[in-house]
Design a protein around this ligand. Structure first.
Ligand code: ASP
Length: 443
């Protein structure tokens, strides 16, 4: 089986991290195709090379001298090379790059972070370096030309047998460097996995996968061993993000699983993300709990509204006119609510309410702000009756007032609105009642 091993910025931040990467790659002969991000932070106050290169661009734009900034960046690469005894002429290459800095495009400059990191990693692992500019082909509109990219990647795979590829960038057919969005090394890894028909896409980072709840809210939460793509979307949308979202699509479409692993704790199992759980993998009722604060719910009431065609649409078109994206629309017979992100409507909410009042002539329109949304996600919830009742019961016993309830269409999540002030307690109550109890029963 071919495994793509993608290492994020913190995994390649220093010589010490390079050593861990080597041990991981050498531990499994299936790991022959490696993708790297640019060297990231070595400690929390450190800078990512990508951020420093963006700063270089800003200096150039405002005609400010950036010699010392470039020297700092160079030193990061030189330190790695010297400590590992690498021979690749990193100083010469960097000095050439720095000398011509003004001739390069901003995207070319930023992409050098992964380019230098990948060159060093290639030598250290004893694998060929493949430049993403030669194999990841972009259309001029910024989208990837998957057909050309697949053909080129397959070709180098067959010719080289193994390689290190820098993530995050590619080039148009005429050689112009193009970047993915921030964190886009994950996308490169996914595209490579798809194009060379890998059996697994390993994403090595600095956490041991997804946790079932935010560790700042729940002490030592259980890690999620298996999750489906849909569950992961629900959780990351609610703020529990580990992976760059766009990285999911290339592998998801062709059913390649993704495994999140921790470079600093390779012995940890991590999280495996698949389209569907396999038989016997339905161990938990709740996969994870996530949430966000500061939503606003606009509640509109009108007698016999259910008989009036287009009523909800008219209200939604007001939000659309203000460019506001709607999160949820819980509906009753003669009323409905529109839930939006508080920050999005900070300046427009009163105009929106005025417009709705004028255009829809409702009997009543009220607003609830400081609303937190909590999403309880679990692919198995739909199979077991009474889950939502138990959740609401537990919150009721704890004195948490539930202000809104909706369920996602495939019944893999139940979303509740509570007051901002109850947010953490509500998550703790649900976690203790369902996840912790399950862990106690299982042990
Ligand atoms: N180096 C890029 C960034 O910091 C891409 C990546 O790390 O995946 O956003």
């Amino acid at each position: 089986m071919i495994k793509i091993a993608k290492f994020g910025g913190s995994s390649v931040a220093s010589a010490e991290q390079f050593r861990k990467v080597k041990a991981i790659v050498e531990a499994d002969p299936d790991r022959r195709f490696v993708v790297v991000s640019a060297a990231g932070k070595r400690f929390s106050a450190d800078n990512k090379i990508t951020d420093l290169l963006l700063l270089v661009n800003a200096h150039i734009q405002y005609h400010v001298d950036c010699t010392s900034l470039l020297a700092d960046i160079e030193q990061r690469f030189v330190d790695i090379a010297e400590e590992l005894g690498l021979k690749w002429p990193v100083r010469e290459k960097f000095e050439l790059f720095a000398k011509n800095i003004k001739k390069h495009s901003p995207e070319y400059i930023v992409a050098r972070g992964e380019w230098f990191t990948a060159h060093l990693m290639a030598e250290y692992l004893g694998m060929p370096f493949v430049d993403a500019a030669d194999v990841v082909v972009f259309h001029h509109n910024g989208e990837v030309d998957m057909e050309r990219t697949a053909a080129r990647l397959k070709d180098v795979m067959v010719r080289q047998g193994s390689f290190v590829l820098p993530g995050f960038y590619g080039a148009t057919v005429d050689g112009q460097i193009k970047l993915f969005q921030r964190g886009g090394g994950d996308i490169t890894g996914a595209i490579l996995a798809r194009c060379i028909d890998a059996g697994l896409y390993e994403n090595w980072t600095d956490v041991s996968g997804f946790l079932s709840a935010d560790p700042r809210i729940v002490e030592n939460p259980r890690s999620i061993r298996r999750i489906t793509f849909d569950e992961m979307r629900e959780l990351s949308y609610m703020g529990a993000s580990v992976l760059q979202e766009e990285a999911i699509f290339p592998v998801r479409e062709v059913n390649i699983p993704i495994q999140i692993k921790n470079t600093n704790r390779p012995q940890d199992e991590g999280t495996i993300i698949r389209e569907k759980a396999r038989l016997g993998e339905d161990e938990h009722l709740i996969t994870g709990i996530a949430g966000k604060r500061d939503f606003i719910s606009v509640h509109v009431k009108k007698a016999h509204m259910s008989g009036e065609v287009g009523f909800v649409r008219k209200a939604l078109s007001v939000f659309e006119r203000y460019g506001i994206s709607v999160e949820h629309i819980p509906t009753g017979v003669d009323s409905f609510s529109v839930v939006v992100n508080g920050a999005d409507v900070r300046d427009s909410i009163y105009s929106i309410v005025t417009d709705i009042r004028r255009e829809l002539d409702p009997d009543d329109i009220t607003m609830v702000d400081k609303l937190a949304l909590i999403s309880v996600v679990g692919r198995n919830m739909s199979k077991r009756s009474g889950t939502s009742g138990k959740i609401f019961g537990a919150l009721g016993e704890a004195g948490v007032n539930i202000r809104m309830i909706t369920q996602s269409s495939q019944e893999i999540s139940i979303i509740m609105g509570v007051n901002n002030d109850d947010f953490e307690r509500a998550i703790q109550v649900i976690y203790n009642r369902f996840v912790r109890d399950e862990m106690v029963t299982a042990s």
